[in-house]
Design a protein around this ligand. Structure first.
Ligand code: FE2
Length: 262
């Protein structure tokens, strides 16, 4: 079982797949990457796209029927990439359901930060979400300008209970060496819990998950790949993930690596 927890495989909802053919092409790419299950995460509330829960659920069913017709061994589960906004909890509480947790487990929520900064209310919101039983996963923190410059920001979020997901393309250097270097640094400080594709289009932004795991095996350590793969399965199942304590950026307070025993 190999799970991808962040992609835009559902057609006609955002800047990912535009038509059923795009979805089929992405699904074949996923299978070639060894992926058996995906949680589809269309954009929601990012200022451009609004994809309320009922629409995503309906589209997930349609896409699964399409894959079955074409005998593609991939199953899609519903989720969303929820852009950070102040009323997330109000909307989770509302009788009319517009927001989705990952695979509707009422546990994990994929959160997208703005790309250029981290709003002041972020820490409080991430904390309040956890008080209400939701576990935030920060999507591609390496693509946030402020975190890139000051990774300590992500360190605080993770220390306070949030999780984080790197994009496979960042890991293998498709977005340049700067993002690759920061990706490595975040992994080595035990600030990352998942690698995911964020696939949008088969030729422009495909799955690349296999290549990312191979890169991590070669350059950081196979134990991380096992840990990332396992965590993606646990999110799909709505179970507790493996989360080592983050390593400090301050050299004097250096703590032993979580995987130092291996
Ligand atoms: Fe995304």
């Amino acid at each position: 079982m190999n799970v991808d927890i962040h992609n835009h495989i559902l057609w006609g909802l955002d800047d990912g797949a535009q038509c059923p053919e795009d979805t089929l092409a992405l699904a074949k790419d996923a299978v070639q990457n060894g992926i058996t299950h995906v949680i589809a995460t269309p954009h929601h509330k990012d200022g451009k796209y609004e994809n309320p829960a009922p629409l995503i659920l309906q589209k997930t069913d349609e896409a699964n029927r399409l894959l079955k017709e074409h005998v593609i061994p991939l199953t899609i589960f519903p989720g969303m990439e929820l852009h950070l906004y102040g009323d997330i909890l109000r909307d989770f509480r509302a009788a009319e359901r517009t927001l989705l947790t990952m695979n509707e487990t009422q546990l994990y929520v994929l959160i997208e930060l703005p790309c250029d900064h981290v709003p002041a209310y972020t820490y409080r919101l991430l904390f309040d979400m956890q008080v209400e039983g939701y576990l935030p996963i920060i999507a591609h923190p390496e693509r946030n300008q402020e975190i890139c410059e000051r990774p300590i920001i992500l360190h605080r979020m993770v220390e306070e209970g949030a999780f984080a997901q790197l994009t496979a393309a960042s890991v293998i250097g498709q977005f340049g060496s700067r993002l690759q270097n920061i990706s490595r640094k975040l992994i080595e400080h035990d600030l990352i819990h998942f690698i995911a594709s964020d696939a949008h289009h088969v030729t422009k932004r495909g799955f690349a998950l296999q290549a990312a795991y191979e890169w991590i095996n070669r350059n950081i350590g196979e134990q991380y790949t096992h840990f990332f793969r396992e965590n993606a399965c646990l999110v799909l199942a709505g179970k507790d993930i493996i989360a080592p304590p983050p390593r400090s950026f301050e050299p004097k307070k250096k703590r032993k690596k979580f995987f130092g025993l291996f």
